[in-house]
Design a protein around this ligand. Structure first.
Ligand SMILES: Cc1cc2nc3c(=O)[nH]c(=O)nc-3n(C[C@H](O)[C@H](O)[C@H](O)COP(=O)(O)O)c2cc1C
Length: 202
């Protein structure tokens, strides 16, 4: 039988993290994000602050959320990398609006970003691919058939071993021609929401 866990008792005291005026670093949402993100990178126990939840919803109106890495951000948007052939890639093709959520538990903060997603150009795509460490580039090729069912872990291990061998003496890993990256490019002020626990801050 499933053991019951006392969920209410798990909540921590959010008053220990009162929102002070000093938490506002900037009027520009992207600069505010930058300040919070930098704080999250130095806060204890956050792990990887660059992980975010990406929610997409295709024409079936069934939202799907999953974790992805933030690969870059500036005034033009928030960049993440994925495979067009994945479920999220298909959903974004049907409906380009997506939502990103950062949650930094120890700081009791979340940031929600809503916007339209665009594909990177071929050139941007290739540049991005080659800024990743080589093992990531190989991993990208290994997991190319993202969201599809595989027979076992071995399939991926074999694929990785073959690719490593194939590229052993080759300096540049070639990205899949149909492997692309996606970017939230059209950022406006209302696209970013900064929240602390249940209380909305901006
Ligand atoms: C820690 C972590 C980081 C991940 N980062 C990415 C990422 O940057 N891009 C990506 O496409 N999938 C990433 N994934 C895998 C996704 O969460 C997801 O399982 C996969 O993209 C397939 O999603 P989909 O079938 O909804 O398209 C990551 C998973 C974990 C656990």
């Amino acid at each position: 039988m499933m053991r019951k866990i006392a969920l209410p008792a798990m909540r921590t005291d959010c008053n220990a993290h009162i929102f002070e005026d000093t938490c506002f670093a900037a009027k520009e949402p992207i600069m505010q994000f930058d300040a919070w993100f930098k704080e999250a990178t130095t806060a204890e126990d956050i792990g990887e602050p660059n992980l975010m939840v990406l929610t997409t919803c295709g024409r079936e109106c069934r939202p799907r959320a999953r974790i992805v890495y933030l690969r870059g951000y500036d005034e033009t948007g928030f960049r993440f990398h994925t495979n067009y052939a994945s479920l999220k890639g298909q959903q974004l093709k049907e409906n380009p609006y997506a939502c990103l959520l950062f949650f930094w538990g120890p700081l009791h903060r979340q940031v929600i970003i809503e916007g339209e997603v665009e594909k990177l150009t071929e050139k941007e795509n290739e540049k991005q691919f080659h800024t990743s460490p080589r093992f990531h580039q190989i991993a990208d090729l290994v997991s190319f058939n993202q969201s599809s069912v595989i027979a076992s872990r071995e399939v991926l291990d074999d694929k990785e071993a073959k690719l490593k061998e194939e590229y052993a003496d080759i300096e540049k890993v070639i990205p899949k021609p149909y492997y692309r990256y996606i970017l939230v490019r059209k950022l406006s002020k209302s696209d970013l929401k900064f929240l602390k626990r249940e209380r909305k801050v901006r």
